[in-house]
Design a protein around this ligand. Structure first.
Ligand code: XUL
Ligand code: CO
Length: 474
């Protein structure tokens, strides 16, 4: 294990926000007193730590709970998890915030937004994925290749990077999902599919079309729609119905294109209640589901649930996962967490064991997530600046969920939580209860029963007992 090698001529970064789009002319941050490197040189790799081992040792650079090949509840851990690295956080995250310049001086960065830099970054991405020992990655089109002056030139940039990614993926690594970045460029300031400007709608459709094609080419298993700016700031200037109609037409077009190009991946919508717009149309799982139902799109899409988005909407992650699951819509999880004291999307790696156990409970009840998986939509803290920290964060996130899975196995083996829940509904496990559940009992019959039975005896909910059983598995 060794810390990042410091190569001063590689040190400057040009990216100042989470989703960089264009910073060709930008120079090194003035206060960092560094020089830009030679963007044409190839990244030769190996400034990052070696692969973590699976062991129960105290070495933080090893997995303590995740053991890819180990079978738990009838499936290998790697098949329950299907972990993926998010290119945008891990390779475009700079540590910049509204108050400060980038803090991460990755040795492979040269301070430009050139194609050569994008290629070097792609090589670093695959070096990282290989060393971490995962099989999947996720990307936005604009994370991996720079914007150019025209859409045709931008597509050509993307093609170059995708060709390199295809080569570096080898036979094992695939995108868990790809997506189109429809929120960073100023053209999308009023939305993409919900922009009042028809030219923007068309541009966004062209971007999704291309992003879906390259995801398919790379062997991607899913394609995500996060409506970054599909929402409003004020209803005073917004025709909400018209915008939702447009969004539905757009998604219908995407589903049609998927079929036309023979892409068999799942289309996923990722709900989020606000940020960046005050009100995002895909507020939460239930809102998104009712939108899909209303517009006849429910069979074409599933949901990508992100835990930090869940808590922003006032729900727990478990609530959102269960809402998606019981409706047959749980397709993927963006694994992260927020901070209970901070009211925005902090995108932290999940380290809470109880939370991870609840997440894995939904995954196990769902029979797994395939062809979806866990995408680490999570970033290092601004103050964590070693390459080693990228490894530690992912190892910790993977281990936390692995521990959650082991806890679920304990809960299932013990059986008492399941028994407690079953017992609560015991009164419906009768002939009459079954008739109600089958929709065969009318209100007249129920009134007769209520008269006959008198005041019902209502048993305890046993919440504290449920909590004790849950805690004892952690
Ligand atoms: C934004 C977010 C995105 C999506 C992909 O909060 O989660 O990174 O996951 O666009
Ligand atoms: Co996300």
């Amino acid at each position: 294990m060794r810390a990042a090698r410091v190569l001063p001529w590689f040190l400057c970064l040009c990216v100042v926000s989470r989703y960089p789009i264009h910073c060709g002319a930008q120079t090194c941050p003035a206060d960092l007193q560094t020089e830009c490197g030679d963007p044409s040189s190839e990244w030769e790799g190996s400034s990052s730590p070696e692969s973590p081992q699976s062991s129960m040792s105290k070495n933080p650079m090893s997995y303590r709970w995740y053991n890819a090949e180990e079978e738990i509840l009838g499936k290998k851990m790697k098949d329950w998890m299907r972990f993926s690295v998010a290119f945008w956080h891990t390779f475009r995250g700079t540590g910049a915030d509204p108050f400060g310049a980038p803090t991460k001086l990755w040795p492979w960065e040269d301070g430009t937004n050139s194609l050569a830099m994008a290629k070097r970054r792609m090589r670093a991405n695959f070096e990282f994925i290989n060393k971490l020992g995962v099989d999947r990655w996720c990307f936005h089109d604009r994370d991996i290749a720079p914007d150019a002056k025209t859409l045709a030139e931008t597509n050509a940039n993307l093609d170059e990077l995708v060709a390199l990614a295809k080569e570096l993926q080898g036979s094992k690594i695939r995108p868990l999902w790809g997506t189109a970045q429809l929120f960073m460029h100023p053209r999308y300031m009023h939305g993409a599919a919900t922009s009042p400007e028809v030219g923007v709608y068309a541009y966004a459709a062209a971007q999704v079309k291309k992003a879906m094609e390259v995801t398919h080419f790379l062997g991607g298993e899913n394609f995500v729609f996060w409506g970054g700016r599909e929402g409003y700031q004020t209803l005073l200037n917004t025709d909400m119905k018209r915008e939702l109609d447009h969004m539905a037409a757009f998604l219908r077009g995407a589903a049609d294109w998927k079929k036309k190009i023979g892409f068999n991946g799942t289309l996923l919508i990722e709900p989020k209640p606000q940020e960046p717009t005050k009100h995002q149309y895909d507020w939460d799982a239930a809102t998104t589901m009712s939108f899909l139902q209303k517009y006849g799109l429910i069979d074409e899409f599933k949901l990508n649930i992100e835990c930090n988005h869940a808590t922003l909407s006032g729900h727990s992650c478990h609530h959102e996962l269960e809402t998606a699951r019981i409706n047959g819509l749980l397709g993927n999880i963006d694994a992260n967490t927020g901070d209970p004291q901070i009211g925005w999307d902090t995108d932290q790696f999940l380290t809470d064991i109880g939370e991870a156990t609840l997440v894995m409970l939904s995954v196990v009840r769902n029979g797994g997530l395939a062809p979806g998986g866990f995408n680490f939509d999570a970033k290092l803290r601004r103050e964590s600046t070693d390459v080693e920290d990228l490894f530690l964060a992912h190892i910790s996130g993977m281990d936390t969920l692995a521990r959650g899975l082991r806890n679920v196995a304990k809960l299932i083996e013990d059986g008492s939580l399941g028994e407690l829940v079953k017992r609560r509904y015991h009164s419906f496990d009768t002939e009459f209860g079954a008739q109600i559940e089958g929709g065969k009992v009318d209100f007249e019959t129920l009134e007769k029963k209520a008269m006959e039975w008198g005041e019902p005896v209502v048993p305890s909910g046993k919440q504290e007992l449920a909590e004790i059983i849950f805690q004892s598995a952690l």
